[in-house]
Design a protein around this ligand. Structure first.
Ligand SMILES: [Mg+2]
Length: 135
């Protein structure tokens, strides 16, 4: 099984923080991720997500883009400034197909992106691409 190397070694394997202001999206994502073997925590905005990362760094973050308080891009910039470019692995979710919006997320430090709505197969493929699941 290919796993994303963790230089710090401080975060637990197979933990995912789901960050979305929609409780329905969080519930759907949690169900999928738990089926894929992840231990899941949730945050409703970028500020809550930063605090969750400071408390215990997850292996991966599934990150909504548009949220109140602190949006996905703002969270990413703060996360990378505080903790560096590699960990946690961030997969950004967006409903916007425009490439410049996707690039903005990648430039802010996301490793991958996924279009909403996603299903188990799509999410499994993305997590395999970033080395968090077997290909
Ligand atoms: Mg949203």
């Amino acid at each position: 099984m290919a796993t994303h190397a963790s230089p710090s070694g401080t975060c637990r394997p197979n933990t995912c923080l789901v960050v979305d202001d929609s409780a329905v999206v969080r519930k759907v994502a949690r169900r999928i991720l738990e089926r894929l073997g992840f231990s899941v925590r949730e945050a409703a905005d970028g500020q809550q997500a930063l605090e969750a990362c400071r408390a215990e760094m997850p292996r991966a973050v599934l990150l909504d883009r548009n949220m109140p308080v602190l949006d996905g891009i703002g969270f990413l910039k703060a996360l990378r400034a505080e903790f560096g470019p590699d960990d946690p692995v961030v997969v950004m979710c967006t409903t916007e197909a425009a490439m410049d919006r996707i690039l903005e997320g990648i430039e802010a430090g996301a490793q991958e992106y996924v279009m909403k709505p996603f299903d188990e197969g799509i999410l499994q493929d993305k997590l395999a691409q970033v080395g968090l699941l077997p290909a």
